[in-house]
Design a protein around this ligand. Structure first.
Ligand SMILES: [Zn+2]
Length: 272
């Protein structure tokens, strides 16, 4: 995962219906949330005329990156679109901006009309928020908090196999925060629901924006307390304790999951 602060080379700003007037970083998405890259697999830096060649649904200004203006746009046609995972492997810096850009694109694209009454929304003067002039409903970009936890039992790591994963990979316990619960309650509940055990010494580690589609991942470590592994056989097919040397390293280090697993291995390898 990227540990660099996004604001090292990016500053926040926002404007809609933006007219590009200089060399501008253009994050152009299609309706599949894929991103346009140049032949050299870079984010294009376009002037006004180059950007006009795209049939754009909207163009939003979202601040400055490497001292150049940044716009986010959406189009329904064209070639050379790539998924964000691909961009991560090419450029961490550009991926970091793209992972913000896609969330703004999603919000703007899906809240042009009020979900409450159907009236066309207006951009707020102060906040990056779309407001309904009819019923007053406020529409902010939506971020869904989710937890992920690496659970240690005497130098072994708990991982579970989910039925919805395409591959048969074991992964850390993770899940969305439910309305009305705290982050900590979410961790205890998810662990209990997925594998039936109790944990202790819950410790927050770090967080990560995860735009697939709109999560904020909150990463924890914890220790086993009591109980036997008990999986439902439907959502979770299996769960077990892995020694550090038994853990398969993920092919990409994009996620906080890979950071937590790597961190566990480094802490406990050679312990047993
Ligand atoms: Zn409304």
């Amino acid at each position: 995962m990227i540990e660099k602060n996004i604001y090292e080379n990016y500053s926040i700003d926002f404007a809609e219906d933006y007219e590009v007037h200089s060399q501008t970083y253009c994050f152009i998405f299609n309706n599949n949330r894929e991103l346009y890259l140049t032949e050299e697999k870079k984010i294009p830096i376009f002037n006004k005329d180059q950007l006009k060649k795209f049939d754009l649904e909207f163009t939003l200004y979202i601040g400055k990156f490497n001292d150049k203006e940044v716009v986010v746009a959406n189009t329904n046609n064209g070639n050379n679109f790539h998924n964000l995972f691909e961009l991560y492997e090419i450029s961490h810096d550009e991926y970091q901006i793209a992972s913000r850009a896609v969330l703004i694109r999603d919000w703007y694209k899906t809240h042009r009309y009020c979900g409450g009454c159907g009236t066309k929304t207006l951009l707020d003067k102060k906040d990056m928020m779309l407001i309904c002039p009819e019923c007053g409903q406020m529409h902010y970009p939506r971020i869904a908090p989710a937890i992920i936890v690496a659970i240690n039992k005497n130098g072994t790591l708990l991982m579970a196999k989910h039925s919805y994963h395409k591959t048969s990979r074991y992964s850390l316990i993770a899940g969305f925060v439910e309305p009305g619960e705290s982050i900590e309650e979410a961790v205890y509940r998810e662990v209990s629901e997925e594998v039936g055990i109790k944990i202790k010494n819950l410790r927050y580690q770090k967080s990560q924006s995860w735009p697939f589609p709109n999560s904020l991942m909150l990463g924890f470590t914890a220790d086993y307390d009591n109980g036997e592994i008990d999986v439902d056989g439907e959502e979770i097919i299996d769960a077990k304790w892995f020694k550090p040397e038994e853990i398969d390293i993920l092919s990409s280090d994009i996620s906080i999951s890979s950071w937590l697993i790597q961190n566990f291995i480094e802490t406990y390898i050679g312990d047993k």
